[in-house]
Design a protein around this ligand. Structure first.
Ligand SMILES: [Fe+2]
Length: 239
């Protein structure tokens, strides 16, 4: 399994507090059956993340995990705030995409998903990238489903938080959205081994099986994240 959203790099944004915390998160991932974690630090004004340092930070963590015998691949990436993404250059946007393959994890602006987000997604193909919309559950509004449909029509994929999916009961927002075909990826969005959401996907995936066919789950869990890291030129849910 591939986790496309995780704040695993140590002492950088509001994620892993230090290297031991990162290693403990990696151990959680391995225990859950995860093979690859995308390191997606916040790129937004309230976190000082130097983009040029990210490759060496990812390499350093990868080396430490190997040294400790943890079989987990760390893939580069970022979680780019909507307003920040709009202002970045095309080359920088691609450099910050998941695995460098052109799929950009976008953190929507606070509040309901707005027209600015649609415009950002609309402009992405001309910039040589595609959008993944992070945690829509934090942006619930009466028009959420229609907004997610619009974003999907424009070529974006929708990533929900695995722990939120794991806790959902029949009829809850995310399971309704999954039935409507609007769950495309799961991410842990884990920030620490010591507090908050765990670095796990399996429980969320198990809950998705309530409403999704095996083929749909296979696409969400395996096919889509693999294609993203492989830099797929186009990718849309086969339903
Ligand atoms: Fe995040």
């Amino acid at each position: 399994m591939i986790d496309v959203h995780c704040h695993i790099l140590p002492a950088l944004d509001d994620g892993a507090l230090d290297l031991e915390d990162s290693v403990a998160m990696a151990a959680q991932a391995v225990e859950d059956g995860i093979d690859v974690v995308c390191a997606t630090p916040h790129i937004r004004p309230d976190h000082l993340v130097r983009v040029e340092e990210l490759p060496s930070r990812v390499a350093a963590l990868q080396m430490e995990l190997r040294r400790r015998g943890l079989d987990l691949q760390i893939s580069p990436g970022a979680e780019i705030a909507q307003a920040t993404a709009a202002g970045l250059g095309d080359t920088e946007l691609r450099r910050l995409s998941l695995g460098g393959g052109g799929w950009v994890l976008v953190e929507p602006a606070p509040g309901p998903l707005g027209d600015d987000l649609l415009a950002l997604v609309d402009g992405m193909p001309a910039r040589g990238v595609h959008a993944i919309i992070a945690h829509p559950e934090r942006h619930a509004a009466s028009d959420l489903e229609e907004r997610l449909r619009e974003l999907t029509r424009r070529g974006a994929l929708i990533q929900w938080t695995a722990d939120f999916v794991a806790r959902a009961a029949a009829g809850d927002l995310v399971l309704q959205s999954a039935s409507a075909g609007l769950v495309h990826l799961l991410g842990s969005d884990a920030h620490s081994s010591r507090a908050g959401r765990p670095l796990r996907l399996a429980a969320g995936i198990a809950n998705l099986r309530q409403v999704c066919s095996p083929a749909q789950v296979q696409w969400i869990v395996q096919d889509a994240p693999r294609a993203i890291l492989d830099g797929a030129e186009s990718l849309s849910p086969p339903w």
